[in-house]
Design a protein around this ligand. Structure first.
Ligand SMILES: Nc1ncnc2c1ncn2[C@@H]1O[C@H](COP(=O)(O)OP(=O)(O)OP(=O)(O)O)[C@@H](O)[C@H]1O
Ligand SMILES: [Mg+2]
Length: 248
């Protein structure tokens, strides 16, 4: 794509609500004997606004997955604060955090992580089970979510009866079924061929156009260049944070 240098913030950034605020976040992995093994994040400050479409990049080992796991509340910072949708997760117990995560975040993995024994609509409704949604509402919302990703005609099938790209769309439907405030994806097209990956990117772009906040880890410049903003990590710190443009 055309080279775009960092531009002044679009005026609407000032009005948008922060969905994610990381303040001086550090993540240290320790050895069993308590000595430091790796300082994976060494003071990270990031604010992500509602509706942004953000790529996280950086070399292998720079801390991308560690960062996404913290953002996704799969792990907690060693130091610093993380406010998700305005609430500081530091104050939450593990049980509270897991409920909060389920309500606020949709997570898409490189390897889809579908349950092979379950039909796709059963896969999609699993997050609602943990929220105490009634069986009938679970099914209705799962079907609506599958229709949103263009898989209404595959209902009743198991993951193995779908292509890789369709399986990733099931995983995206599952991530969306709870109506999260942010969709997070770690290399979502990493296991797909380029044509199939392209369809997933177009799906992300249409979700983004409807207002979804999306944060995606990617190694590919060609993918990151289609986002609005690129945050680049290096050795556990933010090396650069560029707003490319406002999409949509
Ligand atoms: N559970 C863990 N225990 C100990 N060290 C870890 C753990 N997870 C990650 N690390 C270390 O933290 C650093 C950052 O790892 P991370 O997985 O976040 O990198 P990454 O940017 O996602 O890399 P890749 O592109 O290879 O996926 C690395 O040095 C890694 O070895
Ligand atoms: Mg990683």
């Amino acid at each position: 794509m055309t080279a775009l240098s960092a531009q002044p913030s679009p005026p609407n950034r000032a009005q948008a609500r922060p969905v994610i605020e990381l303040r001086s976040v550090r993540k240290t992995y320790y050895k069993p004997d308590g000595t430091v093994m790796v300082e994976a994040l060494r003071g990270v400050d990031i604010t992500i606004l509602q509706g942004e479409y953000v790529a996280i990049m950086g070399a292998s080992g720079s801390g991308k997955s560690t960062l996404l796991n913290l953002l996704g509340c799969l792990d907690q910072p060693t130091q610093g604060d993380y406010l998700l949708d305005g609430q500081n997760i530091r104050d939450m117990s593990d049980a509270e955090l897991s409920i909060f995560r389920g309500r606020k975040i949709g997570f898409v993995f490189q390897a889809f992580n579908l349950i092979p024994q379950l039909r796709i609509e059963e896969n999609v409704e699993t997050p609602l089970f943990y929220q105490g949604v009634s069986k009938r509402d679970r099914r209705a919302r799962a079907i609506a979510s599958l229709e949103k990703v263009g898989l209404g005609d595959r209902i009743g099938h198991r993951p193995s009866e779908l292509s890789g790209g369709q399986q990733q769309r099931v995983a995206i439907a599952r991530a969306l079924v709870t109506d999260p405030v942010v969709l997070m994806a770690d290399e979502p097209t990493g296991n797909l061929d380029s044509t199939t990956g392209e369809a997933i990117l177009q799906l992300f772009e249409s979700l983004h156009a409807k207002g979804m906040t999306i944060i995606m880890v990617t190694h590919a410049d060609s993918i990151a260049d289609r986002c609005e903003r690129i945050i680049r990590l290096r050795d556990g710190v933010v090396e650069s944070d560029r707003i490319l443009r406002k999409l949509g």
